[in-house]
Design a protein around this ligand. Structure first.
Ligand code: SAM
Length: 226
């Protein structure tokens, strides 16, 4: 919970430091690049005004259009799983609020992010412009097809749960690149997979944890029932 100075102002910077110490470094995320990025990005800028005081609770929060900003611990865990060293080209599927793209942009050289819901993409893009993230590029559309124009990617992260690993994403990974994606047979829970491309045709797959994400909807995801 964020603290107040007694006059009603909330110290969100201190709340952010505490959240990273308690919920991220205090659990099993150890990569210093990821911890530094989590300390730097102001999550409150990406949540609706009415929820800003809750920005440093380690939970998902609603962002409109039936979608959520992910739990900070999960954002950090997934980014750590990408094994970034700095300067890479990264693709994110599911821009949502834009928060995870901003955390990625603190480490990577270039971030491409795809969102199917235009109001969310528009809002995230204007926050990136306000905060000066010129190396984040936003595409509106079905991210299960990836973003071929910028491929290949050193790392790809999917922040919605699909029934399988989309073939287009595997093909847009650089050799040696890592793809982190929640995959589940139903839409409720998923297993987080890390797929590493060993050669043009060989991929290693590791199961790295159980997660709960909103559905990945698209050609190589779940059907759109709206
Ligand atoms: N990374 C986000 C953040 O930091 O706020 C959280 C994303 S939210 C859990 C998942 C997002 O994936 C939603 O905004 C949803 O609209 C989007 N999504 C679902 N299927 C998609 C697809 N095929 N292509 C692009 N975005 C998709």
């Amino acid at each position: 919970m964020a603290t107040s100075d007694g006059k009603g102002a909330v110290d969100l910077t201190a709340a952010r430091e505490r959240m990273v110490a308690r919920d991220i470094a205090g659990r099993d995320v150890q990569d210093e690049r990821v911890l530094a990025a989590m300390r730097k990005v102001a999550r409150e800028a990406f949540v609706p005004e009415s929820l800003r005081k809750a920005a440093y609770e380690d939970t998902p929060l609603p962002i409109g259009s039936g979608q959520t900003i992910s739990q900070p611990y999960i954002v950090a865990f997934m980014i750590e799983a990408l094994q970034l060293k700095g300067g890479e080209k990264v693709l994110e599927i599911g821009t949502g609020s834009g928060y995870a793209a901003a955390v990625l942009a603190e480490i990577a050289g270039e971030v491409c992010t795809v969102e199917r819901l235009h109001p969310l993409a528009d809002r995230a893009e204007s926050i990136f412009a306000q905060l000066g993230y010129r190396h984040i590029h936003v595409l509106r559309g079905d991210g299960t097809r990836g973003w071929p124009a910028y491929a290949p990617y050193d790392a790809i992260v999917v922040t919605a749960g699909g029934p399988r690993v989309p073939e287009a994403l595997k093909q847009q990974l650089a050799i040696g690149g890592r793809l982190v994606i929640p995959v589940g047979a139903g839409q409720e829970t998923q297993e987080l997979l890390r797929v590493t491309r060993r050669s043009a045709t060989e991929f290693d797959v590791e199961e790295i944890g159980g997660v709960r994400f909103v559905p990945l909807i698209g050609e190589q995801g779940w059907p759109n029932l709206d």
